[in-house]
Design a protein around this ligand. Structure first.
Ligand code: GLV
Ligand code: MN
Ligand code: MN
Length: 419
């Protein structure tokens, strides 16, 4: 392990980064569960807490119009170009305490480390407002705004309570017409680092603590609606039914079979809504969702087309219709080669193997990677568990992540000084 790093144990900071995640987990929409959707009331408490920490570090803090909390550390002697570090503060329903937010609490520890080392590097920490896509069915709202790729049509989308996104932003005290001003200027930016839990079992299986991410798989998401006929459950003979839920069930099994037979394809039907949703009524309409991911975009596209065709053929055979509405089509994206090489070098100089991984999960990094050099550092997920309250991290992995990320930032600083 590098001498400078050895002599600066980061145990206390890693303990604090974890304990901050537990504190922030108490700011939730549902008591006893961690559920924090885009710009819901508990996000105010998260902002207040993080803002206080940023201000205590001497950072200049603002909330942009998409609800991203942004803190700038700009030493007087540092070049103006900033290096961005961050992750998201929203969660899935009944989440664990680390997905996203650990990348924010670690970013703040890194600012403190950079200050202690008097490294003249300008850093912007971004707590992205939305990555999961839970409230509006569209993920990455925060990072799209930062990347300058937020489509204003999204402002008309409504949540499950019929609240348009523009109104959610206004009720939070922000002006949605100002979202374009949240965009970074790529020329003024050195790059972006997102530190995140792996959310999968690979590092644990290999008894490794950390990995650098080389690419993020592409994702398609959408809604599949089966429309049949609602009717009386007691009087309608089986052969005269057009049961939308039975059709959806057949299709869901077909989705699983298709993914099982296609290497590296993962496909999930995670949501289902049957109408009228009554015990004694044949379901007339069913809305399901599809989440499909693959490292190769052509294979992903072919799989989506095959599954839509299969839904239509199941529907036709049963006298129903099936309609697919795509809500997301995000290509697979490589991480920046030079930044990722710095990250693997940082792993090695910290005494760790230079393991690289592809991310099966989506991350804000995939949106920023389209605009600026971007890389990610993964921490082992005990039990491979995530999107679940049992999600956890090991303290020694968090400490190792701080060592590696600090070494990485020193390399970034050395690179800009040599150019
Ligand atoms: C984000 O967590 C995703 O669904 O990949
Ligand atoms: Mn997540
Ligand atoms: Mn995440």
């Amino acid at each position: 392990m590098d001498q400078t790093i050895k002599s600066r144990p980061m145990h206390a900071q890693s303990v604090r980064a974890i304990s901050e995640c537990h504190t922030l987990a108490t700011f939730t929409e549902e008591p006893a569960h961690i559920t924090r959707r885009f710009l819901t009331p508990p996000v105010h408490a998260v902002h207040t807490h993080l803002r206080q920490r940023m201000e205590a570090l001497g950072m200049t803090v603002q909330t942009d119009a998409a609800g991203n909390l942004r803190g700038i550390h700009q030493p007087a002697n540092a070049p103006a170009k900033r290096f961005l570090i961050g992750s998201h503060i929203d969660t899935v329903p009944d989440a664990g305490p680390f997905d996203g937010i650990l990348g924010v609490t670690l970013a703040l520890e890194l600012v403190e480390i950079v200050q202690e080392r008097q490294l003249p590097l300008s850093i912007e920490v971004i707590a992205f407002s939305e990555e999961e896509g839970v409230r509006y069915g569209i993920p990455f709202l925060g990072s799209r705004a930062v990347a300058g790729t937020f489509d204003e049509k999204l402002l008309a989308y409504e949540d499950a309570d019929g609240i348009p996104m523009s109104e959610a932003i206004r009720s939070f005290g922000l002006d949605p017409t100002q979202i374009p001003s949240a965009a970074i200027e790529p020329q003024q930016t050195l790059g972006f680092l997102e530190i995140h839990i792996e959310q999968g079992p690979i590092l644990e299986a290999e008894d490794l603590q950390l990995a650098a991410v080389t690419s993020i798989v592409g994702q398609t998401r959408g809604t599949l609606t089966f429309t049949g006929h609602a009717n009386h459950a007691g009087t309608t003979p089986m052969h005269l039914r057009h049961d939308a839920l039975a059709a959806a069930a057949e299709w869901i099994t077909a989705v699983e079979t298709h993914a099982n037979s296609t290497p590296s394809l993962v496909a999930t039907v995670g949501k289902i809504f049957a109408d009228p949703n009554a015990t004694n009524v044949i379901p007339g309409t069913v809305h399901t969702t599809l989440d499909l991911r693959h490292p190769s975009d052509p294979i992903r596209t072919v799989a989506v087309e095959a599954l839509i065709a299969q839904a239509q053929s199941i529907a036709q055979r049963r006298g129903l219709t099936a309609q697919f509405t795509q809500t997301m089509n995000e290509p697979a994206i490589p991480m920046d080669l030079a930044l990722t090489a710095n990250l693997t070098a940082a792993l090695e100089s910290t005494g760790l193997p230079a393991r690289i991984l592809t991310s099966g999960a989506g991350h804000d990094a995939m949106i920023l990677a389209a605009r600026i050099p971007t890389t990610m550092l993964f921490l082992r997920s005990p039990g491979g568990i995530s999107h679940h309250p049992a999600e956890s991290v090991r303290e020694q992995d968090v400490e190792a992540a701080l060592h590696v990320a600090a070494n990485f930032l020193e390399r970034i600083f050395a690179t800009i000084n040599n150019t």
